[in-house]
Design a protein around this ligand. Structure first.
Ligand SMILES: [Mn+2]
Length: 651
């Protein structure tokens, strides 16, 4: 057999090996396909059996039979799950009753190391841990007791559920999908729409890190960042799977085989921002009702029926499933107190205490009237949403659209409510790294809302951002179409909205001037509220942020610091002449004699205490920071300038 040796022989050997390998491959592949087919067939069989059994169940009704059947169903379910794990397993995920974090309990990984940290960085939650938590895990039923007894009409409309995402962990997206399928009656869930707003893991520049939620209020947690919950991440992938492929081919293949015909995937070819991404989802949705959610949520039992029932009753209602929390580090599901969704004058949203009439009623299950929405969870009649102008497509990226929709729906004859019987748990991410321009877009979008909907109150938004009303240095684009929409829908005034829907808002209509206040002797320095726990006003290099927001009212008050905005927040404090040489900052209502808080102030003139006739001036002082101290003394002719005039002063 000499032909098997030498140069030619080696070639043939190689060919033979390749042939054998190919043959084995074909055999294995066809076996795999048959297994897949059988697994799908089995699912169909079990689903059919499930339906038949449940049908019989209603007729038989005998307790023992029922138990036996339930046991059998449980067993069948296990069989199905073990088959289906064949779909989740190859992509490193867990389906069915196993895995960590069942029942919404806190979970941890045994291993601790760089890899876990890397994923934290990237997603703002523990994505490595998420991979070990079942896509089908159960979570606690946090609905008020009464909701469990409620019954709903049999002819509820169907819903399309839209999830938007950018560079989200695959396991978290898929858990959102599994969760909505598992917790929505199949006859009500028409489809799931996944909108990928051009995920590009690792290719966008890393942005600055985001501040975490802040401020706690009464019984309700408040965050300024929970709103809208865009997911614009700029981190680099820190693990083995190529995340881009993970969110494209892997996601497509998984949902099309796991939920054939149910899930539509929409891909934006360029980054549109969460606002227009939601609109893309709306365009392809076909059910009479559409629900919009972030793609890092888990649905609770019976979430859909009460929402659909409220919309069936009145299609002009925008319904917000109540939000619970999924902890970003352990994925523990925590209940949040009942809350409405409000905002401050900068149009940043926050949870607020429900309206007094709701509290007085004492019915935890009743819908909670809300002036606006956080934005990560809302359900609306599809056509009605179109009729009232969707979300403002002229808004960019993130922020403000959730507030604008609240103003618009109320002013234009509809309503918005949080529904405690309909609950969705949501991950508040530790950081949403973004290009660092988030403030710019939030401000731009806020000005659009202000210019279209807020009438005379729009000045409050400019004040809150501490920017002038003319030439604000922000191009908010063309709002003529939105103004035309407002005329066409014959919408009510912002004053009506404040009086009837958001009476907790503080109004600052008596403001004459606002902004930075500078002294002619040190024009690089501005009046500043100083440390918040201190009652000393100071001079500090001008930076234009809200600690240097000074307002002078028609009454003669000089207030320093950010606008209090709502009755839930402390208001900015008053500059007070309490008799000593140093001016102090006090709560305006805490001043002994009202004239101690009143000042005369003209542009490029002195600031004079109406109580003592002394002037607010600065003196050079080695002990003071920046060598400048604020004092009250006999007027020496120092002049003060304030940046923005709302109305001409009295002088
Ligand atoms: Mn979110």
């Amino acid at each position: 057999m000499s032909w098997l040796t030498g140069e030619g022989g080696r070639k043939i050997k190689t060919l033979l090996t390749v042939n054998i390998l190919a043959f084995v491959g074909v055999v294995l592949f066809s076996a795999y396909c048959r297994l897949q087919d059988r697994s799908e067939a089995l699912v169909q069989v079990v689903r059919g059996a499930d339906r038949r059994v449940r049908g019989q169940l209603a007729k038989v009704g005998a307790l023992t039979d029922r138990e036996a059947i339930l046991q059998r169903l449980d067993h069948l379910e296990e069989v199905v799950y073990s088959q289906l794990n064949g779909l989740a397993k190859p992509i490193g995920l867990v389906e069915g009753p196993g895995g960590l974090g069942q029942g919404g309990m806190a979970a941890t990984l045994q291993e601790n190391g760089q890899e876990t940290d890397g994923k934290y960085e990237e997603y703002g939650y523990n994505a490595r841990l998420s991979e070990r938590i079942s896509l089908d895990r159960t979570i606690p039923d946090y609905r008020p007791r009464k909701c469990r007894r409620a019954s709903y009409p049999g002819d509820l409309p169907q819903i399309s559920v839209v999830f938007i995402f950018v560079n989200e962990a695959l396991s978290v997206i898929l858990r959102s999908v599994h969760s909505v399928v598992n917790h929505t009656p199949s006859q009500l869930l028409k489809e799931v729409v996944l909108v990928d707003d051009n995920s590009d893991n690792g290719r966008s520049p890393r942005g600055g890190s985001w501040g975490q939620g802040q401020a706690v209020l009464a019984c309700v947690q408040m965050t300024t960042w929970a709103c809208g919950s865009a997911c614009f991440l700029g981190g680099r992938p820190a693990h083995t799977l190529l995340p881009t492929a993970e969110l494209k081919a892997t996601l497509d293949q998984y949902v099309s085989s796991r939920y054939p015909g149910l899930v539509k995937v929409v891909r934006n070819s360029r980054r549109e921002g969460l606002i227009r991404a939601r609109l893309q989802g709306w365009k392809v949705a076909t059910a009479p009702v559409v629900g919009f959610f972030d793609a890092h949520v888990e649905f609770n039992t019976g979430w859909a029926e009460p929402a659909l029932a409220r919309i069936r009753e009145d299609r002009r209602r925008i319904v917000l499933p109540a939000i619970d929390n999924i902890k970003y580090d352990t994925f523990e599901v925590q209940q949040y107190a009942s809350a409405a969704h409000g905002y401050n004058w900068g149009l940043w949203c926050m949870y607020i205490v429900p309206p007094q009439d709701w509290l007085d009623r004492g019915d935890e299950a009743a819908p909670i009237r809300t002036p606006a929405m956080i934005g990560c969870s809302f359900v609306v009649d599809r056509e009605y949403f179109g009729d009232i102008g969707l979300l403002d497509p002229g808004m960019e990226v993130y922020g403000g659209e959730n507030i604008e929709l609240g103003m618009r729906v109320w002013q234009c004859g509809g309503s918005m409510e949080v529904l405690p019987c309909s609950r969705v748990a949501h991950i508040e991410r530790t950081r949403k790294p973004y290009s660092g321009d988030i403030d710019y877009y939030a401000r731009r979008n806020a000005l659009r809302a202000a210019e279209v909907w807020m009438d005379g109150f729009k000045s409050h938004v400019y004040m809150a951002w501490n920017i002038p009303m003319t030439n604000p240095g922000v191009d908010f684009g063309d709002v003529s179409e939105r103004l035309a929409l407002r005329r066409r829908l014959k919408c009510r005034s912002f004053k009506w909205y404040l009086d009837n829907v958001y009476p907790e808002m503080r109004v600052y209509n008596d403001t004459l001037t606002y902004g930075e206040v500078r002294n002619s002797k040190a024009s690089g320095y501005c009046l500043d509220q100083g440390a918040e726990d201190d009652d000393q006003a100071i001079l500090y290099p001008c930076h234009g942020m809200s600690s240097q927001l000074v307002r002078y009212s028609a009454e003669g008050l000089l207030q320093l610091g950010p606008l209090g905005s709502t009755a839930f927040l402390p208001d900015s404090r008053c500059l007070v002449d309490s008799g000593g040489r140093t001016p102090t900052l006090r709560k305006c209502e805490d001043v002994a004699r009202p004239t101690q808080r009143l000042w005369d102030f003209t542009q490029s003139g002195p600031i004079v205490s109406r109580d003592t006739g002394r002037c607010l001036e600065l003196e050079l002082s080695k002990g003071a920071s920046f060598g400048l101290r604020l004092v009250l003394q006999r007027c020496s002719g120092q002049k003060w300038m304030i940046r923005n005039w709302i109305r001409p002063g009295r002088h």
